[in-house]
Design a protein around this ligand. Structure first.
Ligand SMILES: Cc1cc2nc3c(=O)[nH]c(=O)nc-3n(C[C@H](O)[C@H](O)[C@H](O)COP(=O)(O)OP(=O)(O)OC[C@H]3O[C@@H](n4cnc5c(N)ncnc54)[C@H](O)[C@@H]3O)c2cc1C
Length: 441
């Protein structure tokens, strides 16, 4: 409702939201994101109604929605979007049916806005950041005002379901109509998150990685679904005087950088950017990881946090992804899919590029021989093991120092908790050897 370029275009409009069956049909009925989205779509409908507009909600494939709408006299589709292969293909197909106006509103910069002198894309973050920062300084971030639109005469009361044969039915406006069950997702107003972040802002740079200091903004899910615009976040932090906001702005630009890389190099969505070595497929190890039963406390706590809450601290994402790709030597694509299934803030670009970074196969100059030691990581960032014990209650009675001690865990039994699935030193040596051979291929 705030700062939305789609709403600032005046004309006769039909605001729509599609619960896309191509996506929903692949999800479990307990998927947390659908609860999150439904909450905000319903709120958006109410907020639009309060301004004399409304929202027509579809449950169908986008193709079928436009087959149904175009004969009713639409002349163009205006949308914002992202850069993953499904989204690009979907928009392309729709653009063959009706004039499609794409408004870039998901990121700070447009994909061709930050280029090297020779007009090619940056592959390394720091020079991208430096150039982006200069452009950002010259950008005016004005708030977009809502235009007076006329609402198209339509039926807005129900969810319009269109099946693959084009049969239209009306469903009650509920999450259950879509075949999903309401999940607890702890929805927090994004403006309240911003206010809270202000209190922590000066600690952000030093404390961001510590697992019991919740100093991050927790805005990734809002940025993902547009429940707060990136412009609004930037305007807010840039208006703070006497606060160290640059480390946070750097992360926002990081998000842009990953989307930018996916836009310019779509093949990295599934394929290594560098090296041909792509892990070793092992279903058994994979299942153990996904159950949070590897016997490595920090990794198991992270996986269990993810499954229970849909969230995972950034530091633990890095440790878990490194363990998955280096210690377990599993293909990064499997881990990426697992995160994609559970992360509330799942974003194709950030997820894929972060997994490739962890595997050492990505665009960033992250060397393959840099392997996180999960025990040193937990000792540093979760010294008292509060985080570990919160998600692995069977470890409550174990002294924190033993949870950061691989030798202890390998050589002693802990009731109801498995021994570490691998020896970190040996496993990481093997991983490094595999990549080393690859570099000489
Ligand atoms: C293996 C792995 C997978 C990841 N998958 C996702 C994903 O699917 N979706 C996602 O939004 N983030 C992903 N991240 C990045 C990061 O973990 C989250 O953005 C962060 O934890 C969100 O917390 P926050 O909102 O408190 O971030 P803050 O620290 O407050 O940062 C502000 C914003 O900057 C962006 N940001 C911060 N760190 C990163 C980063 N490393 N890469 C890209 N953007 C960043 C986010 O939009 C975030 O909301 C992943 C990281 C790893 C290592």
């Amino acid at each position: 409702m705030e700062d939305n370029p789609l709403l600032s275009l005046g004309d006769e409009v039909l605001p729509i939201f599609i619960f896309d069956t191509n996506i929903l049909n692949k999800l479990q009925k307990e998927d947390k994101r659908v609860s999150f989205i439904f909450h905000y779509v319903y709120k958006l409908k109410q907020d639009l109604s309060a301004c004399g507009l409304d929202l027509k909600i579809f449950y169908a494939s986008p193709q079928d929605v436009f087959e149904y709408l175009i004969p009713q006299g639409m002349d163009e589709v205006v949308a914002s979007g992202d850069y993953d292969s499904y989204a690009k293909e979907r928009d392309l197909q729709i653009s063959h049916k009706i004039h499609f106006r794409y408004i870039q509103d998901t990121y700070i910069f447009k994909p061709y806005e930050v280029l090297k002198e020779d007009k090619t894309p940056y592959l390394v973050f720091t020079p991208f950041y430096k150039k982006a920062r200069v452009i950002l300084n010259s950008k005016k971030s004005e708030e977009l005002k809502m235009a007076h639109n006329r609402l198209m005469d339509e039926d807005y009361k129900a969810i319009t379901k269109i099946d693959a044969k084009g049969v239209v039915t009306k469903l009650p406006l509920s999450l259950e109509s879509l075949g999903f069950l309401k999940q607890k997702v702890g929805i927090i107003n994004p403006h309240a998150k911003l206010e809270k972040f202000k209190q922590n802002c000066n600690k952000y740079k030093q404390m961001r990685d510590f697992l019991y200091e919740d100093v991050g903004s927790n805005l990734s899910v809002d940025l993902r679904f547009g429940t707060l615009s990136t412009r609004a976040v930037l305007r807010y932090v840039l208006s703070l005087k006497g606060f160290d906001v640059e480390p946070f702005i750097r992360q926002l630009i990081f998000r842009d950088f990953y989307a930018y890389l996916l836009f310019h190099m779509p093949r990295v969505e599934n394929k290594n950017y560098k090296y041909s070595f792509n892990g070793i497929e092992d279903r058994e190890k994979y299942e153990i990881f996904c159950k949070g039963q590897t016997g490595v406390p920090i990794v198991d706590a992270g996986v269990r946090e993810l499954i229970q809450t849909g969230q995972m601290h950034n530091r633990v994402r890095m440790v878990a992804a490194s363990f998955f790709t280096k210690d377990l030597l599993l293909p990064w694509q499997w881990g990426e899919q697992f995160f994609a299934q559970h992360l509330l803030d799942f974003d194709k670009a950030s997820n894929v590029l972060s997994w490739q970074w962890s595997a050492g196969t990505g665009v960033d100059p992250q060397p393959y021989f840099r392997v996180f030691n999960p025990y040193l990581q937990s000792k540093k960032f979760d010294k008292d093991a509060h985080y570990i014990k919160r998600f692995c209650p069977e470890l409550l009675h174990v002294e924190a120092k033993y949870l950061h001690d691989e030798n202890y865990l390998l050589n002693n039994s802990v009731k109801d908790y498995p021994k570490p699935i691998v020896n970190h030193k040996t496993a990481s040596k093997i991983a490094i050897e595999c990549f080393k051979k690859d570099t000489f291929l």
